[in-house]
Design a protein around this ligand. Structure first.
Ligand SMILES: Cc1cc2nc3c(=O)[nH]c(=O)nc-3n(C[C@H](O)[C@H](O)[C@H](O)COP(=O)(O)O)c2cc1C
Length: 169
């Protein structure tokens, strides 16, 4: 494949969004809330912050329906999605129009004593206590202290680039 270099253009929000389509993101799911309040969102901004102590972070738009619930609960689940999870990603990104607790339908979940729900067949999933929130522009950088680790071998990975999901075995 021949890559065609493009000339730099001013960094307007539209140019930035268009450029970010070429960035390959790892698709993660943040689960928040309990019972009727349960909801969650798909993010590509989640990653590890440190191992000592075990911490992760994600950047969450404060307009997301998950944000006020995450803030009120002070805890959340964070999981990388696997190769089979594209339908789940559509639900939790709001693309199918399904809201709130119904986003959890049709997948297997582990409910921890804390009430945090983790995706049973995620390649990696963490039970997190909300450690800090740093508001910047439209988003809040959410820091999570990892309390428990769950992993599932052979789940593969789900990536996102150029507006499409890509499953890796
Ligand atoms: C591939 C992908 C990556 C996304 N990454 C983020 C992200 O990092 N942070 C964020 O706040 N929203 C992200 N979103 C948007 C949210 O998943 C979701 O659409 C938004 O929170 C609206 O959800 P709501 O209907 O619950 O309000 C992403 C969406 C997609 C499809």
């Amino acid at each position: 494949m021949n890559a065609l270099p493009l000339s730099p253009v001013p960094a307007t929000p539209d140019a930035f969004r268009a450029a970010m389509r070429g960035f390959m993101g790892v698709v993660s799911l943040i689960t928040v809330g309990r019972g009727e309040q349960a909801t969650g969102l798909v993010v590509t901004t989640g990653s590890s912050l440190s191992a000592e102590p075990p911490m992760i972070f994600a950047c969450i738009n404060r307009t997301s329906s998950s944000f006020p619930i995450l803030k009120a609960e002070g805890q959340f689940g964070w999981q990388a999605l696997g190769a089979a999870h594209e339908p789940l990603a559509h639900r939790f990104s709001g693309r199918t129009g399904v809201k709130g607790a119904a986003r959890y339908d049709g997948a297997a979940w582990i409910t921890l004593p804390s009430g945090v729900r983790l995706l049973a067949d995620a390649p990696v999933a963490f039970d997190c206590e909300l450690a800090d929130m740093i508001d910047r522009e439209t988003h809040t950088i959410v820091l999570g202290r990892v309390r428990a680790v769950h992993a599932c071998d052979g789940a593969g990975s789900l990536l996102y680039s150029h507006g499409a999901y890509l499953a890796l075995p």
